[in-house]
Ligand binder design. Structure first.
Ligand code: PMV
Length: 361
């Protein structure tokens, strides 16, 4: 498929108003997307666990307007007008207008809320952009008199979400989603996320993710700035190859359920992402001392208890603690007795692998 395939030819319906609501989850990458080309095309393929409880719930109401010259919308977060969100949504609308040509013909009221605290340092862009893309796709579905096929609906919603925030395209489905072309993964695309198509061992069923909130502040470096630092980065090409290799290795790990191999790949990916930031120009250290404390304690606990606990990181200081469902009781005792002390205000979020977005009304 190409981007052209997402440009609608004509519509058979022309509703004057309506509303749609979707909930969409966050996701956590196992092989990281870091570095992009124009139009949010990733430099390397990535794969993520879709989360279950960290979600954005968005309601979009639309009504026909007279003048078609500009975008017209208002955004509310938790019921309060949020003008600070407008520039990001305006940029998003500009990027997707060619694919949703009705955007300037309507006024949109966007009401959104997150199930996780706004100031938690957890990126809401993946869940937020995917929920918004899905609401817009439900509107387009009405324009086609509900004739759009479900598989196309999800592909296009993921394609649009990607244009809002790259990793958002991996949030629509679950429980494992691939984004970016990979020679061994059938159907993988740079344009949208696709459900991981091969066997996944029962060891990964209900895999747990406890997110330790080490730093709840604003990101030190935005992802846009971070991705751009991969241009002319001295290690960029080797890193992109490594991501392909790690995804190849994960195919057999997912099949065999080899958790030791899984841990090696996932932790190495997290540290590589941070190593890329430390070796770019300008350079950044996104971990905090407590991030390192937590990592060291996870390694010690793993060695002493023959546990399969491991960590991954986003482009920030918070730690995602990943472990099989069978270890939940012991690991939660470890987290609450030892790791919570390193979290800001003792805050953490218990999540687990989930199955993607849901249509609400
Ligand atoms: O979707 P963006 O542009 O915010 O980039 C996200 C990048 C990472 O979260 C660091 C990695 C990933 O693959 O999700």
């Amino acid at each position: 498929m190409t981007a052209q395939d997402f440009i609608p030819k004509s519509y058979s319906n022309n509703p004057s108003q309506g509303q749609h609501s979707w909930s969409s989850p966050s996701n956590i990458a196992l092989v990281k997307y870091w570095g992009k080309r124009a139009h949010q095309i990733p430099e390397n393929p990535s794969v993520s666990f879709t989360l279950n409880y960290c979600k954005t719930i968005t309601l979009v109401s639309y009504s026909k307007k007279v003048a078609h010259s500009e975008f017209s919308f208002e955004v509310y977060l938790d019921g309060e007008l949020k003008d600070s969100f407008k520039p990001k949504i305006e940029t998003f609308f500009k990027r997707i207008e060619a694919y949703l040509p009705f955007l300037k013909a309507y006024h949109f009221k966007i009401e959104t809320k997150n199930t996780f605290p706004h100031s938690s340092g957890i990126a809401s862009s993946a869940s937020g952009m995917s929920a918004l893309a899905l609401c817009l796709m439900s509107i387009e579905q009405e324009f086609t008199s509900n004739t759009m096929e479900t598989s196309f609906f999800y592909k296009k919603a993921s394609f649009l979400a990607r244009l809002g925030s790259g990793s958002a395209c991996r949030s629509l489905e679950g429980d494992l989603v691939v984004w970016g072309e990979h020679k061994e993964i059938k159907g993988s695309s740079n344009l949208f996320g696709t459900k991981y198509p091969y066997t996944v061992h029962k060891n990964f069923k209900n895999y747990q993710d406890t997110i330790l909130l080490v730093d709840k502040g604003e990101k030190q470096v935005s992802s846009t700035v971070g991705h751009n630092l991969m241009h002319n980065h001295p290690f960029a090409n080797r890193r992109f190859e490594q991501a392909h290799d790690n995804l190849s290795k994960l195919i057999s790990v997912f099949e065999s359920g080899d958790l030791d191999a899984f841990i090696k790949i996932v932790e190495s990916e997290a540290l590589t992402l941070h190593a890329m930031m430390m070796t770019s120009m300008p350079y950044f250290i996104l971990m905090k001392p407590n991030t390192l404390e937590i990592i060291n304690r996870i390694w010690k606990y793993r060695a002493q208890n023959q546990s399969k606990i491991c960590f991954t990181l986003d482009a920030g200081a918070n730690v995602h603690v990943l472990y099989p469902e069978s270890e939940t009781k012991e690991v939660m005792t470890f987290i609450t007795s030892e790791l919570v002390a390193f979290c800001q205000n003792g805050h953490y979020i218990s999540d687990q692998i989930g199955f993607g977005a849901e249509y609400l009304s």
